[in-house]
Design a protein around this ligand. Structure first.
Ligand SMILES: Cc1cc2nc3c(=O)[nH]c(=O)nc-3n(C[C@H](O)[C@H](O)[C@H](O)COP(=O)(O)OP(=O)(O)OC[C@H]3O[C@@H](n4cnc5c(N)ncnc54)[C@H](O)[C@@H]3O)c2cc1C
Length: 467
């Protein structure tokens, strides 16, 4: 059997069966019909063959799974939403702990607190919070997992007002490498609480998160599309505007090929354009006043209007379905230099299909209210986060697309801040991980040594335990 041959150290069924008897969720071996669908993650470029997949139903399943893997010295891949482009929600020859069933969300509308299962998606959270007119800062689409996005930092439409997702994390329940269960917060295991706010899945399995939520019922949101000859002026406007823009406004510049969607006039479909994507969490009149400089630049299509926050947060989901080939490159920048703008003007107008994009996110405002060493997330001093991503059905087209992304990124990297948002990294090596954490890396290594000295949780942007 091809599958079994791909696994370095298969686990004997005699060993699996007693373990499976103690698990409430499903335990899937390579002999199971469900194995191929259970091992797949969002990025179809990732083709890994785990020795065992545990679809955990509860905390006890997670504890059993961690102990089972640790006793056999098998690596663990923790899967939240499975969205990570580097594919760290699965692995070769190790144990996958898939938390997808642990997606319960409970809202306390009076205290504005939200308790979220470790395998929930942001769609699960939005569904539960929107009825109370609340939201937790998350990303720009709703199919992304809460687990991976949060542990890497998390930014999106309301981050300029309320900070990163981790800045709204109050506590987390965790299963550690030794199988113990702890709650971490500012007052309980504060070192671990510091480390998980940006340090990724390096320190254990988060079985639930507790967040602060903020009022976000109706927002004014949408996309302004511009002809390419306006891109240079638009980027220059954006880089100045964003430094003093009101925090209620989240926005980013991007390049895109428009989709053949009914809300795009036919003559503008499948066309490379520049765009401003925005979300204003305040009165509609105020939104129109704030975005007036962008309206004055005469977009060729204005799709901005009032809508519920959860509708807006899921509007792009269809453009980024699971099961396609994905390749990403990213960097932070202090400024958007003239040289970078020249690189964008050269490469940006060549997006190969409507599911590819270049985005320049703004990560200032409330994100910068927290210091670079207050959480593991280090890049509090930058204003911009660039990402270039290609998404493609046809694997044969990927080498050309990857060349496009790399040469685009090489041009931008010269003027970058040196590191990238950890959640936008592919497998790019240890130097890149260290560049992402900068001065926080040694402290992360010490925390790793204390809580996971054998590096059981190493299927991630790995922090090496201190020696
Ligand atoms: C289309 C798209 C749009 C995106 N937009 C944004 C955005 O706007 N803002 C943003 O900040 N990010 C964004 N991201 C990046 C996103 O934050 C990462 O892909 C993130 O890793 C996804 O988390 P996940 O739980 O779905 O992934 P997974 O692949 O399941 O996990 C990613 C990593 O986190 C670990 N992990 C996940 N859950 C847990 C847990 N409960 N306990 C311990 N470890 C865990 C995993 O082990 C793995 O190392 C986007 C990604 C995609 C694909």
């Amino acid at each position: 059997m091809v599958t079994a041959e791909r696994i370095e150290r298969p686990i004997a069924l005699d060993d699996v069966n007693p373990f499976a008897a103690g698990v409430r969720g499903d335990v899937i071996t390579p002999h199971d019909d469900r194995y191929d669908s259970a091992r797949a993650v969002y990025n179809a470029m990732i083709d890994k063959y785990p020795a065992l997949i545990v679809q955990c139903a509860d905390v006890a399943d997670v504890i059993h799974g961690v102990r089972f893997a640790a006793e056999r010295q098998l690596p663990i891949a923790v899967r939240g939403g499975g969205h990570n482009a580097a594919g760290s929600g699965t692995c070769d020859s190790g144990v996958v702990l898939d938390l997808g069933r642990m997606n319960e969300v409970n809202v306390d509308p009076e205290k504005r607190r939200v308790r979220v299962g470790g395998g929930a998606t942001w769609g699960d959270v939005n569904h539960a919070t929107q009825v109370f007119g609340l939201a937790v800062p998350s990303g720009i689409i709703s199919t992304t997992g809460v687990g991976g996005l949060t542990l890497g930092g998390g930014f999106g439409y309301i981050s300029r007002a309320h900070g990163l997702t981790i800045d709204n994390l109050v506590s987390a329940d965790m299963v550690l490498a030794d199988g113990s269960f702890v709650t971490v917060s500012a007052s309980e295991h504060p070192d671990l609480f510091w480390a998980i706010r940006g340090g990724g899945g390096n320190f254990g399995v988060v079985t639930s998160f507790e967040f602060v939520a903020h009022p976000a019922g109706m927002v004014t949101a949408g996309v302004l599309f511009y002809e390419l000859d306006k891109a240079e002026a638009l980027m220059k406007l954006y880089r100045e505007f964003i430094r003093t823009a009101p925090r209620e406004l989240g926005l980013f510049f991007g390049y895109v090929m428009t989709p053949p969607a009914p809300f795009i006039p036919e003559e503008l479909q499948m066309k490379n354009l520049a765009k401003i994507v925005l979300c204003h969490n305040g009165p509609e009149q105020e939104a129109n006043r704030v975005i007036a400089p962008f309206l004055a630049m005469e977009p060729v299509l204005n799709l901005v209007g009032p809508m519920p926050y959860d509708t807006w947060n899921s509007l792009f989901d269809g453009l980024f379905p699971a099961g396609r080939q994905d390749y990403w490159k990213a960097d932070y920048s202090h400024d958007l230099s003239d040289d970078q703008i020249a690189v964008h003007l050269e490469h940006g107008p060549r997006m190969p299909n409507p599911s590819c994009a270049m985005h320049i996110y703004s990560v200032n405002g409330a994100v910068q209210d927290v210091g670079p060493d207050e959480t593991a997330y280090s890049y509090r001093d930058v204003t911009f986060a660039h990402v270039i991503l290609v998404t493609e059905d046809d694997p044969a087209k990927m080498p050309g697309h990857i060349d496009f992304v790399r040469s685009y990124w090489n041009g931008l990297h010269r003027d970058s801040a040196g590191g990238a948002y950890v959640n936008f990294l592919m497998e790019e090596g240890s130097d890149r991980v260290q560049a992402t954490y900068r001065d926080n890396y040694p402290r992360l290594q010490r925390t790793k040594k204390e809580y996971d000295p054998d590096n059981l949780f190493r299927i991630n942007q790995n922090i090496q335990p201190a020696s």
